[in-house]
Design a protein around this ligand. Structure first.
Ligand SMILES: Cc1cc2nc3c(=O)[nH]c(=O)nc-3n(C[C@H](O)[C@H](O)[C@H](O)COP(=O)(O)OP(=O)(O)OC[C@H]3O[C@@H](n4cnc5c(N)ncnc54)[C@H](O)[C@@H]3O)c2cc1C
Length: 422
């Protein structure tokens, strides 16, 4: 692997044959997460593909001319041409491998895979999920000198990263942008010394053996496992929803509302999240039509009263979506009246769906005790029914799911684990 400057771009990249180029920055957590993956892959593929790094802050002009807008960004070149999709943000090892393999013959790609040696590492505690619950558990365990590894399929921060503003986390007088709060939590835990393995694929989880395999080849063994994998948005189940996810359908107002300035939007849902997020979207969109299955909104009264005086917002009650389509760049949403079964089509520029959340337990098999809604049941030390397996945060069966309750769970589990390990 070699570090280059803009002056060498022509010779090393354009005339360099098969190349992968990493635009990185300093003080960039996703760049730090990428570095060991990039380094490891360079050793496997270096006979066929040149691995180069370039420091974006010192080579801004080149970055701008190539339209590189974030760090890290990986660009792939083959014989003077940019090939494959650019990768940026929380880049997974599997995504890089997919691009690299597309640049070499299939037989060569297979031979390289055959060289990968599985690795095993051992920790006292392994945490799955780096949202507020997992990060807090990581912080307390680290401060108690418990050797801990924190694994996340995405970058650290959890749902808070995508929350526009947090006004109810104690210790801050002014509302905090969610991404700042989660960044600070993550840096505090990392600086303490907890080992991070983030933006990875979690291939397999064996709770009985207390073993987790990531990126297919790396096994992490621990004495205790803390499950902190949180929740994901529910889907409506309407036709076309999965195909149009990210192509007109969004589940995150903080991430996507800004793309709807003076445009028309349909929001599906009418609970607390839907009402709060619609209020936020109305800062950008010119018109918002909410579609709700009940005959009134089911959020807190103050929020509903505020929303219903918003001139940009109207609500269609007792309807559910049945089909999503994109025709000539416009979203067509077929809705059904639950009383009359009459169907109508709404046309908008985008759709946001906020109809509740479901627990992320798919990888854990059926031995964990869960409640009727699939949330993990714990005791007061956050222990599950499986020995040495703990669960914390939104994934657990409880009444209130907030950042403060998630960090409280993480604290309790970590103190209990530290005591037991002693
Ligand atoms: C739109 C919105 C606004 C909100 N606003 C507020 C607010 O203002 N104040 C407040 O207190 N709360 C708010 N909440 C709730 C708050 O965000 C959650 O209660 C809190 O984030 C829960 O923390 P957690 O760590 O349990 O889970 P999460 O934050 O969901 O984090 C779970 C982590 O686990 C990772 N993960 C998932 N599956 C796996 C796997 N198989 N392996 C490894 N990692 C995995 C995810 O990538 C994620 O990083 C809001 C929630 C939403 C959706």
């Amino acid at each position: 692997m070699k570090e280059i400057t803009a002056a060498e771009f022509e010779s090393e990249v354009i005339n360099g044959g098969k190349v992968v180029l990493d635009f990185y920055s300093s003080e960039c957590p996703p760049c730090e997460a990428l570095a060991p993956k990039f380094d490891g892959l360079s050793k496997l593929y270096d006979e066929d593909i040149k691995f180069l790094k370039i420091f974006r802050q010192n080579n801004r002009e080149l970055a701008n001319s190539l339209n590189v807008m974030s760090s890290p960004t990986l660009l792939f070149y083959d014989n003077k041409m940019e090939v494959a999709n650019r990768l940026s943000g929380g880049i997974k090892r599997s995504e890089i491998i997919y691009n690299l393999d597309s640049m070499i013959p299939e037989s060569k790609a297979k031979a390289i895979k055959a060289q990968i040696k599985p690795s095993i590492s051992e920790y006292e505690t392994l945490i799955l999920g780096a949202g507020p619950a997992g990060l807090t558990a990581g912080l307390y365990l680290c401060q108690a000198k418990v050797n801990t590894c924190l694994i996340d399929v995405a970058l650290p921060g959890g749902q808070v990263t995508n929350t526009h503003q947090v006004s109810n986390y104690p210790g801050f007088i002014e509302p905090q942008p969610g991404y700042m709060l989660s960044h600070n939590m993550s840096e505090q835990t990392k600086l303490c010394g907890t080992i991070y393995k983030v933006a990875v694929d979690v291939t397999k989880v064996d709770l009985d053996e207390k073993k987790v395999i990531i990126d297919e080849f790396e096994t992490i063994q621990a004495k205790k496992i803390v499950i902190a994998t949180g929740t994901s948005p529910n889907l409506t189940g309407a036709k076309g929803e999965i195909e149009l996810k990210g192509q007109g359908i969004s589940y995150c107002a903080t991430c996507d509302a800004k793309y709807f300035v003076d445009l028309e939007v349909v929001v599906i849902g009418g609970g607390n999240s839907a009402v709060e997020e619609t209020e936020f979207i109305s800062r950008f969109a010119s018109k918002i039509t909410m579609v709700h299955q009940f005959d009134k909104l089911t959020a807190n009264k103050q929020a509903i009263d505020k929303l219903l005086t918003n001139p940009k917002v109207s609500v269609i009650y007792e309807n559910e979506p049945r089909k999503f389509e994109k025709i000539d760049g416009k979203m067509q949403i077929e809705i059904e009246n639950l009383k009359t079964n009459e169907r109508n089509t709404l046309i908008s520029d985008g759709v946001f769906i906020f109809i509740g959340m479901k627990p992320n337990t798919a990888l854990f098999g059926d031995k964990l005790k869960v409640d009727n809604w699939g949330y993990i049941v714990t005791d007061e030390d956050m222990k599950t029914n499986i020995p040495d397996i703990y669960a914390v945060g939104d994934i657990t069966a409880k009444k209130y799911r907030q950042i403060t309750t998630a960090v409280a769970d993480g604290t309790i589990a970590a103190i209990a684990i530290a005591k037991e390990l002693n």
